[in-house]
Structures are given as structure tokens and as C-alpha cells.
Design a protein around this ligand. Structure first.
Ligand SMILES: C[S@@+](CC[C@H](N)C(=O)[O-])C[C@H]1O[C@@H](n2cnc3c(N)ncnc32)[C@H](O)[C@@H]1O
Length: 318
């Protein structure tokens, strides 16, 4: 990326190394954002890149990049979980590599009008795209128990019941419309921790994941990658917290036959009898260097996992 980049790409060199783009290859950048990975892929080889992003803002960055690489980059609007359809729509059936950089971009988190952040006040939205329920819809309408479950499951918030109670009490007085209102309700229910992390962090993360169905997207995206990658094609996924990373790790372990063995008392499972569809690269994943973390603290929690597609047929959905 250039110095004026609105979003500093994380583990960009490692992702490009993982995909090692080749002349004439076809690659997918499933979370295009500001196009940092796409640009680096195009710089590395005379290839074609299909960007995908659900945020309409990505189109603007796609236009900038296509001025430098005319005919080599197109950004498709939509969800990467739906990439099979999106790519079929442009006649692409097989690809040589795919990168996913899960989560929000700096353009999204730093803009209070997008409603992702508890730091600046803004409308309580949190949608990456422009469809579906907003975070305000969720906190104003959802039953208390369900709200508590979401905050626990996606935010790993131990005080989830207290937070849900505080939200329900506040909304009975006044509906939530602003991020500031929600942050204040959460802070009233959760004590400040010694590490200085804002008590609203976990609840905001949970709502963001729920509103955007981020884990469902990841599951669909991994399965689609398995279908679309040709033999030898690489999947590179960067994730920022354990909920996502665990899913990527489990998927790759399961598909490469390297996962933990079930008890010998349990009858052999179908997964064990299948031919591996991926070969695991860099077991344990790759973390950002200390140099990268100094220039981009967001890289601290990132982990890149890589799989190389074999020629075994993809696993049919159950
Ligand atoms: C961390 S940023 C990617 C940054 C990008 N790698 C770069 O270098 O500029 C994540 C991007 O993925 C997009 N995104 C997240 N989930 C998505 C999904 N399910 N489908 C499509 N885009 C998604 C977000 O809108 C955001 O623009």
C-alpha cells in the first residue's frame, strides 16, 4: 500500500507469498476493502484479480486500482460467502488463489457515521453493507435472553446477562439510536477491567458479528473456496480473533486430515475416510512480525492460515 492508504493491510507480504501469483493466474480478494492485497497481487504478477466486498465504498477503491491495472481488476459487490454465484455471473469457474482478510476496515471503524465504534458517537448501525438489520434494530427488538446469548457467544462477555438486562431496561425508557447510548448502557453494567479495555468492546464486537453474520459468511466462504480452487491453488485467511481463527483452523485440519483423532472407541468417522482436499501450509499459522506490529498495532492479533488445494473432489454439503 502507499503512504496515503486509508487502511493499512495486515500481513500483506505473507498473503502474497502464500498465494505466489503467477502469470495469467486468476485470484480472488474476497474482502477487497481498500484493495491492499489486490494491488500487491497485481504488482507481483501479470494476473487477474476479482475483488469482492459487501461495502459499496470498495467500488471507489476498485476504480482507482483499475486505472493502474486496466482489465486486470474488477470489484464485485456482494458477500464472499456468495462467491460461487458472484464469480459464475462473470464466467469464472476455477481460480488459482483466494485471500480473505476477515473483519472491518479502518474506513468502516474510524467513521462514526458507520456506527461500529463506541469511541465516537454515531448512528447505531454496524452494517458493512446496506441491507439487513442494524445494530439498533437488534438491541431495540430482540428478547433479553437471546441478546444475552449473542453477547456471550460472539463477544465472549462473561457479564452478558447483566448487559442484556441493562439494555432492556434502558430501551423501555427510550429506544437506542446512537452508539453513545449503547456504550453508556454497557458501561453501567460491566466494571472497567484492569487492562484498561473499554467494557463496551466485547458487546460491540458481538453485535457487529451478529448483524453481519460474520461467522456464517466465513463458513460459506471456506466451503466455496474448496469448490472454486483448482489443484495447487491456495487459500489464505487472515483473522483477528479466536472465534474466527478457530473456525479456519478446524476447517483446514478437518479437510487436510490433520485434526485431532477421535477416540479409538468411536467408530471411524466419514471425515477420516475422505481424501484430503487441502494440504496444510505453515502449521499453526503465521503471525505479524514485531516490525509490522510497531507500524500497525492492529496486526498484533492477526493470524494467517494457509491451505493448498489437492485434486480430491470437494466435500458435498450435508
Ligand atoms: C479488513 S478489511 C480488508 C482490507 C483489505 N485486505 C485491504 O488490504 O485493503 C475487510 C473488508 O472486508 C469486507 N467484508 C467483510 N465481510 C465481508 C463479506 N462477508 N463479504 C464481502 N465483504 C466483506 C468489509 O466490508 C471490509 O471492507
Amino acid at each position: 500500500m502507499t503512504d496515503q492508504a486509508p487502511h493499512l493491510s495486515v500481513l500483506c507480504k505473507e498473503v502474497v507469498d502464500a498465494l505466489s501469483p503467477k502469470e495469467g493466474g486468476v485470484y480472488v480478494d474476497g474482502t477487497f476493502g481498500a484493495g491492499g492485497y489486490s494491488r500487491a497481487l497485481l504488482e507481483a504478477a501479470n494476473c487477474t484479480v476479482w475483488g469482492i466486498d459487501r461495502d459499496p465504498l470498495a467500488q471507489k477503491f476498485g476504480e482507482v486500482l483499475s486505472r493502474d491495472y486496466p482489465g486486470q481488476i474488477t470489484v464485485l459487490s456482494g458477500r464472499y460467502g456468495d462467491m460461487e454465484n458472484l464469480l459464475a455471473g462473470v464466467g469464472v469457474e476455477q481460480i488459482d488463489g483466494i485471500a480473505l482478510d476477515i473483519g472491518v476496515s479502518s474506513m468502516q471503524i474510524d467513521d462514526p457515521s458507520r456506527g461500529f465504534s463506541f469511541r465516537g458517537d454515531g448512528p447505531l448501525d454496524m452494517r458493512m453493507g446496506d441491507d439487513g438489520m442494524t445494530a439498533a434494530d437488534v438491541v431495540n427488538e430482540m428478547a433479553e435472553q437471546e441478546l444475552a446469548d449473542i453477547i456471550y457467544r460472539y463477544g465472549e462477555e462473561r457479564a452478558s446477562r447483566r448487559v442484556a438486562r441493562a439494555i432492556v431496561t434502558r430501551r423501555s425508557e427510550q429506544a437506542f439510536t446512537r452508539t453513545g447510548q449503547l456504550a453508556s448502557a454497557v458501561r453501567s453494567a460491566v466494571a472497567k477491567s484492569k487492562d484498561g479495555i473499554d467494557p463496551a468492546t466485547r458487546t460491540f464486537q458481538a453485535l457487529r458479528i451478529y448483524v453481519n453474520d460474520e461467522l456464517g459468511e466465513l463458513d460459506r466462504g471456506l466451503q466455496s473456496a474448496e469448490k472454486l480452487l483448482g489443484p495447487g491453488g491456495r487459500l489464505a485467511v487472515v483473522s483477528f480473533h479466536s472465534l474466527e481463527d478457530r473456525r479456519v483452523k478446524t476447517f483446514l485440519q478437518e479437510r487436510s486430515g490433520t485434526g485431532p483423532r477421535p477416540s479409538r472407541h468411536v467408530p471411524q468417522m466419514a471425515a477420516e475416510q475422505r481424501a484430503a482436499t487441502f494440504r496444510l501450509i505453515a502449521k499453526g499459522g503465521i503471525k505479524a512480525s514485531s516490525d509490522e506490529i510497531v507500524t500497525n498495532p492492529r496486526a498484533r492479533s492477526a493470524r494467517l492460515r494457509i491451505g493448498e488445494r489437492t485434486d480430491a473432489p470437494y466435500v458435498q454439503a450435508a
